[in-house]
Design a protein around this ligand. Structure first.
Ligand code: DGL
Length: 261
């Protein structure tokens, strides 16, 4: 029996989803959360669908064993790989996925120049390809896979400007012609402020964290599953890696404002 005070499960290939958890906690502080980072198996973006799918099922089973009322797939790559299958497998649970926020970028305007930064897997998956095809006639959409940004986060190099800037610059190159950049990977949200600085605030930088959080809230509300307790909820963080530093890095990122603009 699912209860209001049950936790919201959140997972990602690693620490990118902590940026989503941060937004969830910010907007719904009284909820309880269980986060699973799969850093031992990151990056998902370079893996095969069956490998990602196997990990996602394992993680969902773990979260369910901990007693969750909903699962947020805080990973665009995992969503592209298997959100439909997870929904079929766990029909009693609300499963909320994430996908590059192209619709927000285009926003009913015409002739938009949009660059989508995501993983190789997300960009080549049918889900994204089909979505991009619906906008491609009216807009110019470029796709750039950015594997190095994922490792910068996982290896705690976010604050190393001399390492980060040259890498970011290669992915952002030619930004002067763009109307917007979509951050289609949750790891990339930490770079939002840096990308704003590089693009001199002339390009809209869009991520899906706020939209996803509002979606989770509305789903829980519809199902009468929002937690009514008024005190601060609990947050438990797990990681598949043996490296204890990843847990402290997760906590550090959760409390930080890095990338928030
Ligand atoms: N954070 C994940 C996403 O949103 C993917 C990172 C990875 O390649 O593992 O797509």
């Amino acid at each position: 029996m699912i209860k209001q005070e049950d936790a919201i499960g959140v997972f990602d290939s690693g620490l990118g989803g902590i940026s989503v958890l941060r937004e969830l906690v910010n907007q719904m502080p009284n909820e309880n959360y269980i986060y699973y980072g799969d850093s031992a198996y990151a990056p998902y973006g370079e893996k095969r669908k069956d490998q990602i799918r196997e990990r996602c099922i394992w993680i969902c089973e773990f979260l369910i064993s901990q007693g969750v009322k909903a699962i947020v797939i805080a990973c665009n790559t995992a969503t592209s790989a298997c959100v439909d299958e997870l929904r079929t497998r766990y029909p009693n649970l609300s499963i909320i996925g994430m996908e590059p926020a192209l619709k927000v970028a285009v926003n009913d305007k015409i002739n938009q120049n949009v660059r989508v930064l995501a993983t190789k897997f997300t960009l080549t998956a049918d889900k994204f390809q089909n979505m991009a095809a619906t906008y491609a006639g009216q807009h110019h959409i470029e796709c750039v896979a950015c594997p190095k940004l994922v490792s910068l986060v996982e290896q705690d190099q976010l604050m190393k400007q001399d390492v980060v800037m040259p890498i970011l610059n290669t992915y952002i190159k030619g930004w002067e012609t763009l109307d917007s950049i979509v951050l289609g990977c949750t790891h990339f949200v930490y770079f939002k402020q840096m990308i704003k600085d590089i693009t001199q605030y002339k390009v809209k930088i869009i991520d899906g964290n706020d939209g996803t959080t509002k979606h989770v809230q509305s789903i829980l509300q519809t199902k009468n599953l929002l937690n009514t307790q008024t005190c601060q909820g609990s947050i438990r963080i797990f990681n598949s890696s043996d490296d204890q530093q990843l847990l402290s890095l997760s906590n550090k990122l959760l409390k930080s404002k890095i990338g928030l603009v």
